[in-house]
Design a protein. Structure first.
Length: 365
């Protein structure tokens, strides 16, 4: 088995969820790598309790400082910002890029890693266009340890429920799509919108201000906002409770909750752009082509002129979005289960992701 070390976050946010899923596959393979947790914390609080796996992570982390050899390559899963640094001479960086204009700093960081992995062909093409040629694509997978199809519902009637997910930010178009949905479906007893857009990087009062700003004083009975869900079990319940997932982000590294929703048999309206194109197609989703691009800057998470995270995101036409929602409703009425979506569980697995990483690491030796 390949002898390499690992530098990744083990926490509750998206990077940490992906890291944990990949580490679990390494654990299953009997590997014993040196693990350097980014931030120094081991937080598995969102995961189902797996004592042996948790102990394995702890043991691999505790041995890292006295066993790691800089001559051995290292696998790092992290943002570009913070990835110029390496604990080994050769570093394979797995990162997620969501925009279209990598800065000179981001380009330099990518070139100074021995190899860079991204999760979509669009991200690879962006870097190739800016002269970075050490980039390959490795898709993510279905996290079967934390997510599974259930019959969970929050309502006993036959209303059709739409879900919108992801921490609130302009990049994900939450405000635009919620307003468009409310304009068309607000007040209807046939449809319901569930919004899980709580941003853990903001204070409670700031999240409430965002909700109030989106709704502009309106209080339709068929729209609800959920708070922070600190366990994957709760998130699994939420994703299963919907009928249609709205995946309209203007730039994504993969779209974890949207992908898992479709893979668990939910219908979807998906913006046909960025990494969504890796797994969404006409058979498993209602695709909506973007209508152009707009700057990503929001004064909150993306600031113009900074050394990182610069560029544009895809936009969409509101009327076309509503038309797509109507098409998705017809799919639900024909069959509540998206059988084509279920196929994603076998097509994309974290075992395949881990195998691809090991194959890439072997080329560094």
């Amino acid at each position: 088995m390949s002898d390499f070390s690992i530098n990744c976050p083990i926490n509750t946010v998206s990077f940490g969820q992906v890291s944990t899923a990949i580490l679990r596959e390494f654990y299953k393979k009997g590997m014993e790598p040196c693990i350097f947790p980014i931030g120094g914390n081991l937080d598995l609080s969102t995961q189902k309790e797996e004592k042996e796996f948790s102990d394995w992570i702890t043991n691999c982390s505790e041995k890292a400082l006295h066993s790691h050899n800089r001559d051995n390559p290292i696998f790092k899963l992290w943002h570009l910002n913070g990835s110029l640094e390496s604990l080994s001479k050769d570093q394979l960086l797995f990162t997620f890029y969501e925009l279209d204009q990598p800065t000179k700093q981001e380009i330099n960081i990518a070139k100074n890693n021995t190899k860079v992995l991204v999760s979509s062909n669009e991200s690879k093409n962006v870097f190739n266009n800016f002269g970075v040629d050490n980039v390959d694509v490795v898709p993510l997978g279905f996290d079967s340890a934390n997510f599974k199809k259930t019959e969970k519902k929050y309502f006993s009637d036959q209303r059709i429920t739409f879900n919108v997910v992801g921490k609130f930010e302009k990049r994900k178009h939450h405000e635009k799509l919620i307003k468009a949905w409310v304009k068309r479906f607000g007040g209807s007893r046939k449809y319901f919108l569930q919004c899980a857009i709580y941003n853990t990087f903001l204070k409670e009062e700031d999240n409430q201000k965002i909700t109030n700003a989106i709704m502009q004083g309106q209080k339709p009975f068929n729209v609800s906002f959920f708070g922070f869900m600190g366990k994957n079990d709760l998130y699994n319940d939420f994703l299963n409770s919907g009928d249609i997932i709205l995946a309209m982000s203007g730039g994504e590294g993969w779209g974890l909750p949207e992908f898992h929703s479709v893979a668990m048999g939910k219908h979807a309206v998906v913006l046909n752009a960025s990494s969504y194109k890796e797994w969404a197609n006409d058979s498993n989703s209602v695709l909506l082509n973007p209508c152009g691009k707009i700057p990503v800057y929001d004064g909150m998470f993306f600031h113009e002129g900074q050394p990182f995270n610069q560029g544009n995101i895809y936009d969409f036409d509101e009327d076309s979005f509503i038309d797509a929602c109507e098409k998705a409703i017809k799919r639900v009425e024909a069959d509540r289960v998206n059988k084509e979506g279920l196929l994603l569980q076998e097509k994309f697995t974290y075992e395949k992701t881990a195998d691809a990483i090991i194959e890439q690491m072997n080329t560094l030796k």
